[in-house]
Design a protein around this ligand. Structure first.
Ligand code: ZN
Length: 94
């Protein structure tokens, strides 16, 4: 009963292929007779969506505020301009 034979294997392969082709054909009918988009089409569409998303993100996100760092003349640490250093030096700004 569990023995494998070439006939059983070929029959199983034929059934699998038949079911695959039926689903492929049914999918084409459900899409309205259009060809399935090729890999190139899908890749191009994905790239366009990514570019559009990045462009809209770049427009909506404002530039983060920048902090000008200056070297402390006493200890050499970089501190925000106009702030006090941990060594006690107070930058008065320029
Ligand atoms: Zn300092």
């Amino acid at each position: 009963m569990l023995g494998f034979s070439l006939t059983k294997l070929l029959f199983t392969a034929a059934v699998v292929i038949l079911v695959w082709m039926v689903f492929k054909h049914a999918g084409r009918i459900l899409r309205g007779g259009q060809q399935a988009p090729s890999r190139v089409d899908r890749a191009r569409r994905a790239a366009e969506e990514m570019t559009r998303a990045r462009a809209s993100q770049a427009q909506s996100a404002p530039e983060p505020p920048t902090v000008e760092l200056v070297s402390c003349p006493q200890c050499g640490n970089y501190i925000a301009q106009g702030s006090a250093c941990s060594c006690g030096y107070k930058d008065r700004g320029r």
